[in-house]
Design a protein around this ligand. Sequence first.
Ligand code: ZN
Length: 222
Amino acid sequence: MFVPVIEGEAFAHPVGKIVCVGRNYAEHAKELNNPVPSAPILFIKPADAAVALAPSFAIPADQGSVHHELEIAVLIGSRLRAADEHEVAAAIAGVGLGLDLTLRDVQARLKEKGHPWEVAKAFDGACPLTEFLRADKVADWQAIALQLTRNGDRQQQGNSGDMLFPVLPLIAHMSRIFTLNPGDVIMTGTPAGVGPLQSGDELSLQLTVTAGAQLSSHTRVE
Ligand code: ZN
């Protein structure tokens, strides 16, 4: 059970499910030779995928390459079912960063056979999460910057303004398929620059919501 932290305080609910969107930035779809989707590609990671990102997290050994996908993570604070964008905005408790860890070689084999992705993306520990900032810090959901450096090199850099499916309508869409409950987390897709992690890597993650509302996290891959 993983309890999210919002600005130093434990949230009232543990993480439930994690609803994710694939290929939400055109540049990332291109780098993996995937078509740009016309509707959001959704998948779920279960509660046990959620772990603390810092001070370190573990990656599976002996399963081929484990890719980092840096994503804006949205923490749901109240129940949403078939919600509109205004209801979604009012129900969000926090914004942070997560890594959608992906067993890329395993995923490639599954995709080739047309099989589901869960084994590659929904395993225990597949979603390390930072602390969250309070959602009232967000003035514009489509002007949030995110960045990942790995061993001092900038690996991923993006801005939510480049999303194919913007945050509030995306979550409204999700809520028509899956009821969202307090503690659920939305992973909003990764910008370009995904790549493999190695044990011993040092990672720095940065989220800039506004000039006065930033979050940075440093961690080590076990
Ligand atoms: Zn992802």
